[in-house]
Write a protein that binds this ligand. Structure first.
Ligand SMILES: Nc1nc2c(ncn2[C@@H]2O[C@H](COP(=O)(O)OP(=O)(O)OP(=O)(O)O)[C@@H](O)[C@H]2O)c(=O)[nH]1
Ligand SMILES: [Mg+2]
Length: 229
């Protein structure tokens, strides 16, 4: 058999290896606890890109982080809403080298929280989202049975200028295992309209739905291809 390539033909430069979902999941599995910050000024500054998980209380943020990192108790998930009360950071990267950070943020909208605490947290969140310099992406978790609520909308407005400047956004409709196909499709279309074309996916920690695509996306956000000359 003869090779279609002539032996004296110049060898093409090897293409940058595309990362597979399995590799992205292996990378997420390296997650380790970095720090917890009760207030914004306690958050250590970083050079590496950070991805924030935001959403209403009980939407499934901590469970999603545990599922994505394939670690049962990395982020503290609970049936009691309002469980996550500080900003928790998790470092990612092989061989102990941190190349990205995940931030689990406290949920908003939990009715039983005293009003003053609610307002304080909304300010902390808004400050974080507006001022965190290394913020590369936001994953907003939405329970599709409630849809995108007023508080989610306010948050989207807060980050709108940054989205226009290149910040990434993924809206995950969580607990998708609780929806039938028709309900899931309806929830997807409504959320897509409400986020004005932003990326929206179904996610179920229980059924591992959306896991591979989300893992790959988080890798791509934090490891952008260098712009071609
Ligand atoms: N059926 C189902 N339940 C889920 C899923 N993800 C999360 N849950 C449940 O939803 C509840 C809340 O999950 P958490 O991950 O603690 O939610 P959170 O958004 O971190 O909540 P806060 O920290 O209070 O803001 C828990 O009882 C989880 O088991 C899912 O994909 N499917
Ligand atoms: Mg939580």
């Amino acid at each position: 058999m003869t090779s279609p390539t002539r032996p004296d033909a110049p060898t093409p430069a090897p293409a940058a290896p595309a990362v597979t979902a399995v590799q992205a999941m292996g990378w997420l599995h390296t997650a380790r606890f970095l720090t917890t910050a009760p207030r914004l000024e306690h958050l250590p500054p970083h050079e590496v890109p950070e991805i924030a998980f935001v959403g209403r209380s009980n939407a499934g943020k901590s469970t999603c982080i545990n599922r994505l990192t394939q670690q049962k108790r990395l982020a503290f998930a609970s049936k009691t809403p309002g469980r996550t009360q500080a900003i928790n950071l998790f470092a990612l990267g092989k061989q102990g080298e941190t190349d990205a950070v995940l931030a689990d943020l406290p949920g908003y909208g939990y009715a039983a929280v005293p009003k003053a605490d609610k307002i304080r947290w909304q300010q902390v969140m808004a400050n974080y989202l507006v001022t965190r310099e290394n913020l590369a992406g936001v994953v907003m978790l939405v329970d599709p049975r409630h849809g995108i609520t007023e508080l989610d909308d306010i948050l989207l407005e807060v980050i709108r200028p940054r989205l226009e400047a290149g910040l990434k956004l993924l809206v995950l409709l969580t607990k998708a295992d609780k929806l039938n196909r028709a309900e899931a499709n309806k929830a997807l279309s409504i959320a897509r309209l409400q986020t004005a074309g932003g990326e929206v996916k179904l996610f179920s920690a229980l059924k591992r739905q959306g896991l591979e695509e989300t893992s790959l996306l988080l890798w791509q956000w934090t490891h952008p291809e260098p712009a071609s000359p």
